[in-house]
Design a protein around this ligand. Sequence first.
Ligand code: AHG
Ligand code: MN
Ligand code: MN
Length: 340
Amino acid sequence: MSLGSLITMDEFTIQETRKFPQATGELSSLLRDLGLAGKIINKQVRKAGLADLLGKHGATNVQGEEQMKLDVFANDILIRILKNSTDCAGIASEENDNHVCYEDTYSANSKYVVLFDPLDGSSNIDVNASIGTIFSIYRRVSPLGQPCTEEDFLQPGNKLMAAGYIIYGSSTMMVYATKISVNGFTLEPSIGEFCLSHPNMKVPADGKIYSLNQGNTIKYSEGMKQYLNYCMESNKEEGRPYGHRYIGSMVADLHRTLIKGGIFIYPADKSNANGKLRLQYECNPMTFIVEAAGGKGSSGTGNILDIVPTELHQRTPIFIGSKNMVNKAVEFVKAKEAVS
Ligand code: AHG
Ligand code: MN
Ligand code: MN
């Protein structure tokens, strides 16, 4: 594609916004700010090996996980850029104990709050595999003109206005979803802009890849173990055994699932009744994206997006991806629970 025919993410978002006469453009400007943060994080990620940016930061986050230097860098950049944004009242981050309210008058009048996992897939930073940034945008529920409150951040996923991710992979892409569609933009380094490369993304209803940390099988429920056997069982007509792919960065595993179809699972297990992944920073935004693309996200007992969060850092089991595959996996898990 020639440079002249590229459509930048800003151009695209503005065109989309114009379809809704009541839209004020605030959401577009927030997406632009998130894209800017993504470009800066991308720049650091690309030179991490040379700039003493690999490795541990030396602290742990609120969830007791060791922070990497890039986790901290990405978190600081997002907090700063969104503070300077015209449309963000406050943020909540996987790396912060509590939400951060921007207290200036301008921010107090801003309509939106943003939640993020600044760097997803931290364990892959030092081995040069794909990592990403995940974000969610909610309209605040607290009154305008006052600082935002925790209530603004404890909204279920079905109240999301938009969600997306930036993947730092073999190329850098920003993918964002509104309720209407999911679109992907690849960073064109020569002009420093995300340009439309994957319009109207759709998750195939069926897939041939299952993705989970199979090393945890010993801790899985009986239903999960039986579903794994089903995935590995031979059935020519149904295209089984399925292939297994697991990168260990949710962003990367979900990006593949969005494009090729398949299922990604992080289930509950004997040591973690709620699995590992975070509802507000990982599971809700990813489910919103996948559902806007025609796929499905389930906790195993219900829709992820219907869970009403009670705390900022809560976790949930997740089954997400191609609709038919998710339904099948959940069927296995539920059937076993019903008899035990
Ligand atoms: P984070 O780097 O933000 O802490 O997230 C890591 C998550 C997620 O990206 C991935 O799917 C999962 O942890 C991998 O966990 P396991 O190593 O237990 O498989
Ligand atoms: Mn993560
Ligand atoms: Mn993270």
